[in-house]
Every structure is written in C-alpha cells, then in structure tokens.
Design a protein around this ligand. Structure first.
Ligand code: ATR
Length: 267
C-alpha cells in the first residue's frame, strides 16, 4: 500500500485524488491518496507529520511548491532548475524532490496532441514560477528556440539567461513580440485568473499551436487564439493529468494510461 497525499491551501477542489484513484485502479496498485489542507506558514510541519505517520510520497500545490523545494533533502535537476517542487518521494530519511509540471506539459504536447517540439520555435508568455517550471523539459526536446516574453522584461531576460546552457533561449518584453508566426505559444501568465489576455501582437498566433496552462474554462488566451486563427488550441487539463502520471511513476515505477483519465475528466 502506498500512502500518498497532496498538500495545498486551498485544497478542497483538487482533482488529484480522483486522478490517482484511476491510476491505482488501472495499474492494480494499492494506493491511499488524501488531500491535506496545510495552514499557510505551516507546510513543513504538516509534511513532516505525514512522513512520520508512514507517508511514502506527496504532491505539493499552490502555495507551497517553494517550501517543498526547501524541505526536500535531495533535488532532481528538473526541480533544481524549476526552483520549486511538486512531488516528494520518501526513501527512509531522504525526501527526494522532483518537479513534474514541465514533464507533464511536454508529455501532453507530444503524446496526447501528437506534436513534435524538435526544431520548433516556442514562445512562452510570462516569466513567473509557472514558466520556470517548464523551460528545461521544453529545451530537452530540442526546439530551435525558447523565447520568453514578459510584461516585466527583466524577469524574462533573467530566466532566458538562467536556462541558456540547456539550449537556445531569449527573453524580452511582451511589447517586443513580432507579428511573425510562431510554432507554439504557451500562456504561462496568471492573467487568465483575472479574466485578462496579455496585450501582444495578434499575428504571432496565425497557424500556431496555442496552449494555456490553465484548465477548466475557455480562457481569454484561448479566445484570442481562436480569433487569430491558431491551428490547435488546448487548455492545461492534459498537463494536469500528465504531471500526475509522472508523479505516480516517480513513486511506484508504474506508468498509467493518461488518455483514459483525460477522457473521463472532460466528460
Ligand atoms: P505563477 O506561479 O502562476 O507563474 P507568478 O510567479 O506570480 O505566478 O507569475 C505571474 C506571471 O504572470 C508573471 O510573469 C506576470 O508578469 P509580471 O512579471 O510582469 O508581473 C504575468 N502576468 C500576470 N498578470 C498579467 C497580465 N494581466 N498581463 C500580462 N502578464 C501578466
């Protein structure tokens, strides 16, 4: 039996228990996966209590991914570069921190949407935590370039610089986005949460694959992509399921069937 959990605040609406229950059933694995609401400022005590009670691993969601990064006693390269941890595996007294968000995005793009990222030009909107979590796995697919555009240009420039040893990157302000078509545009800003679309040149969407990391509703970015003739428009539900699958595999070494779960959640 694997004793697993997800920590967050809020946590009530998390889909993770339902997703992991389906993975467990598919792979005939005994799993007890619970939601734990950690008080703000108290994540590490709650997590340590869970570990002491026999926890084998846990997910970490908003707002504790940086606290989890600090709690981990070891970090994968992914987690180190992301500066955040969304998955911890307990191995005796070791807490191994991983970040499966970027892997989840890449697996959704490649396996579920059937795309190849090799030699593609990728534009990421935003330069916050969400962007930092996805750049390395994207670069590992050998795109021709990952461009990071942000309202505050200096943050995009810094991230581009931090990741430059892993591939071709550049960073600039949103106002510097040209109207030339781009292969893939990923919205990693939090603007959708406020019902807003970053103010950028429309031409870059023509024929592009437009992907919003958010899920659960048609976002302003998805509407913008449609109005500007994007070729494929996707929300982040596939990424949510794929990041969960990568976590499940990290704990159990079993690979679940994500497409069946995505289909169930879209019903
Ligand atoms: P997250 O962890 O979701 O990435 P974050 O680290 O607070 O959250 O980053 C939010 C990102 O969304 C930032 O890149 C932010 O731009 P700034 O760095 O200039 O603040 C971007 N963002 C938020 N609202 C936006 C808006 N209305 N238009 C454009 N970018 C926006």
């Amino acid at each position: 039996m694997y004793n697993l959990a997800v920590f967050g605040n809020p946590i009530e609406h998390s889909l993770s228990p339902a997703i992991h229950a389906q993975f467990a059933q598919q792979t005939a694995t005994q799993v007890n996966y619970t939601k734990i609401l950690a008080p703000i400022g108290n994540f590490s005590q709650e997590a340590q209590r869970f570990v002491a009670s026999g926890g084998d691993g846990f997910n970490i969601t908003v707002p504790f991914k940086i606290d989890a990064f600090e709690l981990a006693t070891e970090l994968t390269l992914n987690a180190k570069m992301a500066g955040a941890v969304n998955t911890i595996k307990v191995q005796e007294d070791r807490l191994i921190g991983e970040n499966t968000d970027g892997l989840g995005l890449v697996n959704d793009l490649i396996q579920n949407l059937g795309l190849s990222l090799k030699n593609k030009k990728i534009l990421i909107l935003g330069a916050g935590g969400a962007t930092q979590g996805i750049v390395l796995p994207l670069l590992q697919q050998q795109p021709s370039r990952v461009m990071i555009a942000n309202r505050t240009a200096s943050k995009a420039e810094k991230l581009a610089d931090d990741f430059s040893k892993y591939g071709s990157t550049c960073g600039f302000g949103l106002d510097k986005i040209k109207s030339d078509p781009i292969d893939i545009i990923i919205n990693a800003t939090s603007a959708s949460l406020d019902g807003k679309m970053p103010d950028i040149a429309n031409g870059c969407a023509h024929g592009a694959i437009c992907y919003d990391l958010m899920y659960g509703q048609q976002t302003p970015f998805m509407t913008w992509a449609k109005e500007n003739n994007a070729s494929i428009i996707a929300d982040g539900l596939g990424m949510l399921v794929e990041q969960a699958a990568s976590s499940f595999e990290f704990w159990t070494e079993k690979k679940p069937d994500t497409q069946a779960v995505i289909k169930n959640l879209r019903r």
